[in-house]
Design a protein around this ligand. Structure first.
Ligand code: FDA
Length: 370
């Protein structure tokens, strides 16, 4: 018998939930991560006593009561509500698009006035079948919202002009005819009190952990240690990139300590002009209603991805999806490896979806293995 029942590669939410569920069922697990910390992309670093979201702002939200109860069983969540602002040429607009935004754009005060303007701008766009992202957005919300609040931001995100981007990137653009700045429609949302590391620590409990350990540097040895491998890294790397590399968009973060108590008055401010190189500024303390004497702000710059950079957003176009399907069909043949999480499934998932998929995978797996 091997030393461990499960070797879990990657200590993000997927790996950590898997570890928790396995240990709960009396299994022996080792979780490894190539980074020098656990938690994957939800990891926070304390700077000036503020939890700084090192890999981008993370706001937990879900409609699923079971998932909400699950995370709250490890750490209590606060009442943080995401209500980002957009800064376009020095003017501030509320997001998501709602009556406050429409008042700021056009001075209208009633839903009927707002609906009328949006409808007339959609009609003026004269688009029947949108052939690119620009046309898609114009046909959904009209010129003003598109040009001031969508165009520049999206072009920075994807590094290409909006009329060269595929329409499918934007499926819907919800507009809300109430004065409600709550970004999410979900029943539950918040930030773990004390930060996301508490959630990860709660999940891992006393699971054996090894950080700074890359699966591929010692693949044969790691594999020999355990009956099963749970793999949450890049699926193309697992198969030696034999069909080619899956592509991503990356991000660069510039963190700065500012010597004032409150810098921008909100956790998230988007910059929607094309010629400002960052897409948003995050002021982390506001996620936790912090009152520390200083503050930490982070500018987020979208970047082209190259293999030495962090892979943040999969580019789910036809080419990459077809490539992924090839890797996926290889993975289906594995007997003792389970693939899960955002990198192994080449899909953007929010945290609650990753937790849901890990719980589903463990339920199925442990039902079949007793
Ligand atoms: P994750 O990437 O967290 O973990 C994978 C781990 O595997 C990493 O720690 C990595 O180091 C490790 N690993 C990879 N290869 C390895 C190897 N060869 N050997 C050892 N270890 C290896 N969601 C949400 O609900 N609300 C939000 O506000 C946001 N915000 C957000 C912002 C940004 C910029 C991004 C990119 C994403 C979000 N998300 C989000 C999504 C959220 O980050 C995501 O759902 C989870 O972090 C995914 O968890 P995983 O465990 O799948 O991957």
């Amino acid at each position: 018998k091997k030393k461990y029942d499960y070797l879990i590669v990657g200590s993000g939410l997927y790996g950590s939930v898997f570890a928790h569920e396995a240990i709960k069922r009396g299994k022996k697990c080792l979780i490894i991560d190539k980074r020098n910390h656990v938690g994957g992309n939800v990891y926070c670093e304390k700077i000036e006593d503020i939890n700084v979201h090192k890999y981008g702002a993370h706001i937990f939200h879900t409609n699923d009561k079971d998932i909400w109860d699950y995370v709250n069983s490890f750490v209590e969540f606060n009442r943080y509500t995401n209500s980002p602002l957009a800064n376009y040429k020095g003017q501030l607009y509320n997001l998501p698009f709602n009556m406050n935004t429409f008042y700021q754009l056009w001075g209208v005060k009633t839903p009927n006035e707002a609906r009328e303007i949006i409808k007339s701008q959609i009609d003026q766009a004269l688009i029947t079948v949108p052939s690119n992202l620009q046309e898609q957005a114009l046909s959904l919300v009209g010129k003003d919202i598109y040009e001031k609040l969508i165009k520049g931001y999206t072009e920075k995100q994807w590094g290409r002009p909006a009329n060269e981007l595929p329409a499918f990137i934007i499926k819907r653009l919800p507009v809300r005819f109430t004065y409600d700045n709550n970004y999410f429609n979900d029943k539950y949302q918040g930030i773990p009190i004390g930060g996301y590391n508490k959630l990860i620590d709660g999940l891992l409990g006393d699971c054996e952990v090894k950080t700074g350990a890359d699966f591929f540097e010692n693949r044969a040895d790691w594999t020999a240690m355990a009956e099963h491998v749970i793999f949450t890294g890049n699926i193309d790397q697992f198969y030696g990139y034999q069909f080619g590399r899956l592509e991503y968009r990356s991000l660069r973060f510039e963190h700065e300590i500012v010597n004032e108590e409150n810098h921008q008055g909100n956790a998230v401010v988007n910059y929607t002009e094309r010629n400002i190189p960052y897409t948003r500024i995050i002021e982390h303390k506001h996620f936790e209603f912090g009152t520390q004497p200083k503050t930490v702000v982070t500018k987020e710059f979208p970047e082209d991805w190259t293999p030495e950079k962090e892979a943040y957003y999969p580019i789910n176009d036809k080419h990459n999806n077809a490539l992924f399907e090839k890797y996926k069909s290889l993975s289906k043949k594995e007997k003792n490896v389970i693939f899960g999480g955002r990198l192994a499934t080449y899909q953007y998932y929010d945290m609650h979806q990753i937790i849901g998929s890990a719980l589903k995978a463990t339920a199925t797996h442990f039902n079949s293995t007793n």
